[in-house]
Every structure is written in structure tokens, then in C-alpha cells.
Write a protein that binds this ligand. Structure first.
Ligand SMILES: *[C@@H]1O[C@H](CO)[C@@H](O)[C@H](O)[C@H]1NC(C)=O
Ligand SMILES: *[C@@H]1O[C@H](CO)[C@@H](O)[C@H](O)[C@H]1NC(C)=O
Ligand SMILES: *[C@@H]1O[C@H](CO)[C@@H](O)[C@H](O)[C@H]1NC(C)=O
Length: 251
């Protein structure tokens, strides 16, 4: 039931905002204008439709086609889809070109994009391209602009284990996926690179300790997040902003 308000608020924002607002806030780009033009098309379609499908039928969810380079979900089913927004963290042994950045994990908020994935997958596909430049809300449970998505969890590393914790409030306990990287795929050449490149697409399987029916997690539609090739002039630890879409599959 949420889709129409989401889309309408997007359009309201874009119509209300003067062009230079986006210049300052989001670095107006071709991606962004493409995004908003898609939104307008969807709005028109929703308006024309006599029975606008505002449902979140997870059986309609499928991975973007480029993810066919990762292990297929086989018998598992899509459970949730989340927009991830945060940082990839790295360390450098020194500040010379002789050493390379070492990935120490990610810290990201996860926002509920299940409805978008079920109904408007290509809209969701381009969302990380602008999301990685948008600051996280300072209030913990605030929705994430520009699509007003609700917080559904947090992604972080517990020592070296990628964790997706979908328990937020007392009323919203959706479990915890503890994972292990199984497979990675270089982001497509069309990915938005940010300063140094988009992080790889991934397939992670769940491991012991997982709470809930999660079997696998896909990280796709990545934007930015990669480190420079070498540590030249880099500090001993640093963060690179990124965004991605996470698909949670299970039984
Ligand atoms: C699904 O099955 C195919 C074919 O056996 C296999 O290559 C792939 O790794 C499987 N996917 C997962 C997530 O295990
Ligand atoms: C990674 O960066 C975040 C800030 O985005 C910080 O809060 C966190 O402590 C860092 N984690 C590690 C392991 O350095
Ligand atoms: C995500 O949003 C949909 C639609 O509002 C809702 O049905 C679903 O329960 C939400 N999922 C989580 C994990 O909050």
C-alpha cells in the first residue's frame, strides 16, 4: 500500500526543488536525471492504471540479469530486498605506492526496498547511483531519501564475518544473517564508480548462528566503495562511501 505515496513524494520533491538544489546536494548528474525521468514515467503509469498494484509480492522479485554471473538462488526464495548505504573501510600499512589498501569490512544501514524490487526493479537498480552521495539521516529510524525507505537493519562485520542484522525495534525482529563470501563478480562497466570504482557484486551464503530462514545474500547494483589501487598518500585507515542493493534469499 506504500508504493504510490513513495512515488508521489519523490515527484513532489523533484518538482519543488530548484535545479541548483540538486547541484549542491547530490551533484546533479545524468544518472540522477535518468532516475527522475523514470519516476515520472512510473507515476503516469500508476495514475493510468485502474487497479494500481501496490502490493509487495515477493514471488515477483528476481535478481538483475547481470547477477547471472553469480551462483543462482536455485530453490531458495526472495525474502527481502534492502538498499544498503554506508562505507567500505580499509587500512594501509604505510602511505606509499608499494602497499595496497586492505579491506576490513563495511558498515551500512539497510532500508526496506522489497516493494520497489517487486514492482519497479529498474527504478531500484539505479537507486544506489545517487544514494551513495546522500548522507545517512542523523536520526536512527528516519527514512532514507529520496525514496522514503524504512530502516530494516544494519550491515557490519563481527570480526571477519559479514553480518546482516534485521532486528531493529522490538516490533521488528526479522532475524540475523551471518554470512560467508562464496563468489564475487566485478561490477559491470556501467556501474557508477565514485572516486575509485564500484565494489564487486557478491554472493554470500549463510553460516551457523543465523537466525531466521536466510540461506543466501546477494550484493548487487553497487555504486562506489572501492579503494585506490595503492596506499600512496592514504592515511592508515579510511572509509569509502558506497551503496548497493542486497537481496535476501531463504526458505
Ligand atoms: C545452484 O545450482 C548450480 C548448478 O548446480 C550451482 O552451480 C550453483 O552454485 C547453485 N547455487 C547456489 C547458491 O549454491
Ligand atoms: C568503519 O567506518 C565507520 C564509519 O563509517 C565506523 O563507524 C566504523 O567504526 C569503522 N569500522 C572499522 C572496523 O573500522
Ligand atoms: C518491508 O516493507 C513491506 C511493505 O511495507 C512490508 O510488507 C515488509 O514487512 C517490510 N519488511 C521488513 C523486513 O520490514
Amino acid at each position: 500500500m506504500r508504493l504510490t505515496p513513495i512515488l508521489l513524494s519523490l515527484v513532489t520533491v523533484s518538482l519543488a526543488a530548484p535545479a541548483n538544489y540538486f547541484d549542491d546536494a547530490y551533484d546533479f548528474s545524468d544518472e540522477l536525471s535518468d532516475y527522475y525521468s523514470k519516476v515520472s514515467q512510473y507515476i503516469n503509469r500508476v495514475k493510468k492504471s485502474t487497479s494500481p498494484s501496490a502490493s509487495c509480492d515477493t514471488s515477483k522479485i528476481s535478481l538483475p540479469s547481470f547477477a547471472s554471473g553469480l551462483p543462482a538462488p536455485n530453490g531458495t526464495k526472495p525474502m527481502y530486498v534492502a538498499l544498503g548505504r554506508g562505507t567500505q573501510n580499509y587500512t594501509c600499512a604505510d602511505s606509499t605506492s608499494a602497499s595496497t589498501p586492505f579491506a576490513i569490512g563495511a558498515v551500512a544501514n539497510l532500508y526496506n526496498a522489497t516493494c520497489l524490487a517487486a514492482n519497479y526493479p529498474d527504478l531500484l537498480e539505479s537507486l544506489p547511483n545517487i544514494a551513495y552521495k546522500i548522507s545517512l539521516p542523523t536520526t536512527e529510524y528516519a527514512t532514507f531519501p529520496p525514496a522514503n525507505l524504512e530502516l530494516i537493519g544494519h550491515h557490519f562485520f563481527t570480526s571477519t564475518i559479514p553480518e546482516f542484522n534485521l532486528d531493529t525495534t522490538e516490533a521488528k525482529q526479522f532475524g540475523v544473517a551471518l554470512t560467508k563470501k562464496e563468489s564475487s563478480l566485478n561490477a559491470p562497466s556501467t556501474a557508477v564508480k565514485g572516486e575509485y570504482g564500484a565494489v564487486a557484486w557478491l554472493y554470500l551464503s549463510t553460516i551457523e548462528g543465523t537466525v531466521g530462514n536466510y540461506k543466501g545474500v546477494y550484493r548487487v547494483n553497487t555504486a562506489s566503495g572501492s579503494p585506490p589501487d595503492t596506499c600512496e598518500k592514504m592515511p592508515s585507515s579510511f572509509e569509502i562511501q558506497y551503496s548497493a542493493v542486497y537481496y535476501f534469499y531463504g526458505s
